[in-house]
Design a protein around this ligand. Structure first.
Ligand code: AMP
Ligand code: FES
Ligand code: ZN
Ligand code: ZN
Length: 309
């Protein structure tokens, strides 16, 4: 296989785009595509301050690298969740982020859940349920809350995450299995900010996981190869495997599924109703973030309940 641009040996072949590229042209293509997605979906501008949520994995570190090369004002934020499971998962992923930032003289904020709230994520779950239970849903809740809190407190214009096409397809699939309108409405490449919520963007939402991995590898970015130890056996992983089979049979299936959804939304499908738009949010008396609850938001309630055990 030869590079379409220069005829050298190809480093990657993207069957869904009928495009093979050598290392140098792939790295250029990947950066140019990211810039194209940022512009197309009006995610953010060079004048704005961006906060990149970095997990130490390939996607988010590749994203920070690309934004830095495109000369966006992008700082990083790492959340210490306190996940160990015998593999030191959180410590190692924090180190990856710290090394990445130090090598490029970039600003990295780190927030530790245990230091701030008295318990790690698995600790909260253990206290609340007193049985071995996966912490993934509490973890997701804490990530959403803390990423938004820091972005808002520090006055960033946009919060960006490394979600790739495979992530988006798995979530979209889960949401279409039960036609969860509320979630389908909110699944967007960019979610505008509202009072109390910072704008959220996913510049890699159109890249296959294989493509972000190729970028990180070809760029020699050091990242944590292991997935979160709690992710094995998850429904999301099962959906991803299923979609890989469909993709193998017909290249482009994932991209088509996701882009058709985005196009349908652009035409007005799965939009907020007028009543939903007008529905007011309350302010959490604990943290000040907007919430649909009448009292404390779900995050504050969870943290408080665990502290009381
Ligand atoms: P995940 O929810 O693990 O699939 O990760 C999706 C995205 O969330 C990543 O690409 C990161 O941008 C962000 N993220 C995940 N874990 C963390 C973390 N511990 N700290 C900061 N950002 C994170
Ligand atoms: Fe949160 Fe695995 S439980 S990353
Ligand atoms: Zn080439
Ligand atoms: Zn709260």
């Amino acid at each position: 296989m030869r590079c379409r641009k220069c005829g050298e040996k190809a480093a990657i072949n993207m069957r869904h785009h009928r495009l093979a590229l050598c290392k140098e042209h792939y790295l250029d293509w990947f950066i140019a595509q990211t810039e194209r997605f940022i512009q197309k979906y009006k995610m953010f501008t060079h004048q704005e301050r961006i906060l990149v949520a970095v997990s130490g994995g390939k996607d988010s570190l590749a994203l920070w690298d690309v934004l830095h090369r495109l000369e966006y004002q992008a700082d990083g934020l790492y959340l210490g969740l306190g996940i160990d499971e015998g593999v030191n998962y959180s410590d190692e992923s924090r180190q990856m982020c710290e090394i990445f930032a130090a090598e490029r003289s970039l600003t990295l904020h780190t927030i530790d859940i245990q230091e701030n709230y008295g318990n790690s994520i698995p600790g909260i779950v253990e206290k609340l349920h007193r049985v071995q239970k996966k912490p993934c849903s509490v973890c997701g809740l804490a990530k959403r809350h803390e990423l938004n809190r820091i972005a808002h407190e520090q006055g960033y214009d946009a919060l960006v995450t490394g979600h790739n096409l495979d992530d988006e397809v798995a979530v979209l699939f889960a949401n279409t299995l039960n036609w969860s309108a509320e979630h389908l409405v909110r699944q967007e490449p960019v979610l505008p900010g509202t009072s109390g919520f910072t704008r959220k963007a996913k510049p890699f939402c159109r890249f296959y996981e294989r493509e972000t991995a190729a970028y990180a590898l070809l760029r020699n970015i050091e990242y944590i190869y292991e997935e979160c130890p709690y992710s094995s056996g998850s429904t999301t992983l099962a959906y991803k495997e299923m979609w890989n089979q469909l993709e193998n049979q017909k290249p482009g299936t994932k991209l088509n599924y996701y882009l058709s959804f985005i196009h349908a939304k652009e035409k007005g499908l799965f939009a907020w109703t007028q009543a939903e738009k007008l529905q007011g949010l309350n302010v959490c008396p604990g943290c000040g973030q907007p919430t649909t609850s009448a009292g404390l938001c779900t995050f504050c309630r969870t943290v408080q309940q665990a502290a009381a055990v």
